[in-house]
Design a protein around this ligand. Structure first.
Ligand code: 9L3
Ligand code: MG
Length: 149
């Protein structure tokens, strides 16, 4: 007395084309120290863009505001409590396998013992030296925006 077989579920749906879908939304912060130097974090081995220096941040979770996403990322990666200020620049970026949108914000204030909680190297960099650090393509226009007269 067997059950009827499960109804067919239909053909497997074709996977979403990551290059065509909505962009991955990423937020990053421009964090300054008391001397006006800017924080860069080096992407660790084993991830995409490993070894490159970036403005710290990461992906939005759905339902998060950009500011909340950035506060969470900076808490997780650097151990700081950050106050998110002005939006500085939005960089759309197309890779062969995905699209990404990087929204960069000034960090107005932060506190806490700032350190690389994920094993990433950190550097405090004077604005005029930012261009010396190899960066993911999306971060390069950010440097241009920061160094504009
Ligand atoms: N990304 C580029 N520049 C940045 C950040 C924070 C992130 N300043 C890119 C790298 C990844 C994607 O965004 O392709 C998601 O970042 P993560 O979640 O791997 O840090
Ligand atoms: Mg990140």
């Amino acid at each position: 007395p067997g059950h009827d077989p499960e109804p067919p579920t239909g053909p497997p749906s074709p996977g979403p084309d990551p290059a065509a879908g909505a962009p991955v939304e990423v937020v990053a912060g421009v964090i300054r120290d008391a001397r006006g130097r800017i924080l860069l974090a080096r992407r660790t081995q084993g991830r995409d863009l490993a070894g490159l220096w970036e403005f710290p941040g990461g992906k939005h979770e759905p339902e998060e505001t950009p500011a909340a996403a950035l506060r969470r990322e900076l808490r997780e990666e650097l151990g700081i409590e950050a106050e998110v200020g002005d939006a500085l620049i939005r960089v759309p970026q197309a890779y062969p396998h995905k699209r990404l949108r990087l929204d960069v914000y000034a960090i107005r204030a932060w506190k806490g013992p700032l350190r690389g909680l994920e094993g990433q190297a950190l550097a405090w960099v004077p604005v005029h030296k930012l261009a010396d650090y190899p960066m993911p393509p999306a971060d390069i226009p950010v440097v241009a925006a920061l160094t504009q007269p």
